[in-house]
Design a protein around this ligand. Sequence first.
Ligand code: UDX
Length: 437
Amino acid sequence: MGLVTGACLAEAGHEVICTDIDAERIAKLRAGQVPIYEHHLDQILVSAGNAGKISYTADAGEAIRFGEAIFICVGTPPRPDGSADLSAIDHVAQQIAAEARSSKLVIEKSTVPARTGIELQRALTAYSRGGNGFRVASNPEFLREGTAVEDFFHPDRVVVGVEDHAAAEQLHEIYRPILERKFSCPVHSGKCPDNKAEFLVTTISSAELIKHASNSFLALKISYANAVSDLCEKLGANVEEVTHAMGLDPRIGTQFLRAGLGFGGFCFPKDIQAFISLAATVGVDFEILKAAERVNRQRIDRFLEKISKALWVVKGKRVAILGLAFKANTDDIRFAPALEVMRRLLQEGAEVHACDPQALEKAMNQFPLAHFHEDPYQALQGAHAALICTEWEQYKKLDWEKAGKAMARKLIVDGRNLYSPATLRELGFEYVSFGRE
Ligand code: UDX
């Protein structure tokens, strides 16, 4: 999300220079190519580029010397024990200490465990031998993939964790155009919703904790809905009726209660693990999050059980996987449930035909034994089952009458509860979903 942050800050009027360890990525950006699929990003990169507000360099030193404020947006992937790998942050700290020629505000944007800011401050001081007077702040991002640009311009809250008033002032100044809506947001072309974001100043550790606690809570909410969904199946209730009614209580809210294949992506799975791991380092057993993680892992087993039960014998069957991305409107397949489903079906000897509107290219390299199609109807041709793994709008609107004629068996196992069971059954399909009869 570093590129989104850079692009949006440039669009908001700041002078931004982006750097990355991947020189090829920088070359692409300089050539006007956008290396990730993110709605509106291409548009704002062009407009910020034309306004001369954003530039790119593979020379980290140049980028470090350029700005008064440096946002660190590097990855913090999980280590084998679930804790966050902070080596990229440490590497950037060494670069900043070596390359900076003046005082800088160094802002952690990456999701990091609490106390990272304190360690970062210590590291910057040590690496620079006390020079340059670096100040550290935490500014967690709450951007969802697919709507990241919109989320940046219309945040619910901007959280800044600081140690001194001056850092809070500087960050307020950076976010002022967004907080005060001083410019026309490119997402809504002048017709922005008028909710105002709160600017929250906290300690650095609180800011770091806010991010992990928020993401883990959302993941917990999804797992709760999934546990309720399993219960609905046993008791003959309908999970959508249950979660909808639950959500109308404003203390609960309707969002993030969609049952199905569970959560994936590069945030929830790793953040929940990192939070459990952080808690363990201070002697807290975060049991409730361990349970949420377990429930999520079991979603794949539950889905495969449904497939096996419906198909009887999986080996030799031709199955179509609709959706590979971890959610709709992104090409991101990191920790995507669909990939694990695909891996296990291939292992069982199924012939897998997969499609996705954006993520095909990324998935192809990882699965030489699977077949890939851009057109969902081609993937469904001759299939014994259609497996819905991502909630793409295109798949919601699929013409199942047409698809059914091309399939070898009219069976849908829906991991995202996209369709009305009654409608699909009227079309002659066997239809299996989560928490609904
Ligand atoms: C998340 C947070 O929402 C965002 O604030 C943070 O900055 C980064 O992590 P993101 O990873 O882009 O964003 O995805 P999100 O939209 O939150 O969905 C996460 C996963 O949960 C997806 O796999 C999605 O399919 C799944 N999900 C979501 C459900 O299974 N049910 C739901 O009700 C909602």
